[in-house]
Design a binder for this molecule. Structure first.
Ligand SMILES: C[S@@+](CC[C@H](N)C(=O)[O-])C[C@H]1O[C@@H](n2cnc3c(N)ncnc32)[C@H](O)[C@@H]1O
Length: 266
């Protein structure tokens, strides 16, 4: 599909549903998508994709020397991995996703990196991510499919274990606001952005409806707290606009958090 087509909503019609989608329904949804739509260099629904795709590799650079390997959770067609591999030389990537259809798009999106990426079919809600394997773990627009704080904490603990210090987890995702008013305000800003990108009013309404049925984003405060509980020594928000954010958790330097707050690492 040409990059300059007018953007349109490509997911299921969910305005007639009032329950949160199950993991099986979400997997089926992505198995029925036109995977190539997710390989666009500027996905129209992705708030300020250019800014994010430029900021993330810069953030990862200290952790990803040439020859190192990173893991991309909910990698889809590898679009986020490609933006990192194009800017940081000599990397290897492992793309984890539960949708074989989405992973099938990676061969085209990452064709410039043949032999330097592996596709793994798996569910990040429960997959064993290994111990001390990766210099970085990244994820874009995917882990909001988890449902509870306990699910996020479990994932953050497994990411923490999978990182080889010094290592970093960098996530770009939709987040909730600090309260219902702020969540609503941020979503309104996203809706206005989508209309400026050329989405029709009807498609914006379908997209937001799907977001409410399919996604369970947490507020940034909760993400940072859970990363601390999972053992990340430094956590921060690097970029935020409306309901989109880039946040980081670092292991292997500085400080760590116990149940009572920040303590110096021993
Ligand atoms: C909106 S797409 C984003 C894909 C890619 N990260 C990008 O930025 O283009 C979300 C991806 O997460 C995957 N996904 C959702 N829940 C998952 C889970 N529990 N385990 C593994 N993959 C999951 C979907 O199959 C889909 O490919």
């Amino acid at each position: 599909m040409p990059e300059n087509d007018l953007p349109r909503y490509i997911g299921p019609e969910t305005r007639n549903r009032n329950h949160k989608m199950t993991s099986e329904e979400i997997k089926r949804r992505f198995d029925n998508e036109t995977a190539a739509c997710y390989s666009r260099r500027r996905p129209a629904w992705f708030m300020e994709a250019d800014e994010i795709f430029a900021a993330v590799p810069e953030l990862l650079a200290p952790y990803l020397p040439s020859g190192s390997e990173f893991l991309d959770l909910g990698a889809g067609t590898g679009n986020f991995s490609r933006s990192v591999m194009e800017r940081l030389p000599g990397l290897r990537a492992v793309l984890l996703d539960f949708s074989p259809n989405m992973l099938s798009g990676a061969d085209e999106a990452l064709k410039g990196f043949a032999g330097r990426f592996r596709k793994v079919e798996g569910d990040f809600a429960s997959a064993d991510l290994g111990v001390g394997l990766y210099s970085a773990v990244i994820s874009s627009f995917a882990i909001h499919h988890l449902r509870s704080e306990a699910d996020y904490l479990s994932l953050y603990r497994r990411i923490r274990a999978a990182l080889k210090p010094p290592g970093a987890f960098v996530c770009c995702d939709v987040v909730a606001g600090g309260d219902d008013f702020l969540t609503r305000r941020n979503e309104d800003e996203w809706a206005a952005y989508l209309k400026r990108q050329g989405f029709s009013d009807d498609d914006v309404s379908r997209l937001l409806s799907n977001h409410h049925r399919e996604d369970s984003p947490l507020a940034l405060g909760a993400h940072l707290r859970l990363l601390g509980e999972a053992g990340f020594s430094t956590v921060d928000v690097v970029w935020k606009k409306a309901n989109f954010a880039v946040y980081i958790g670092v292991v292997g330097e500085g400080r760590t958090m116990d149940g009572n707050g920040w303590v110096r690492r021993t």
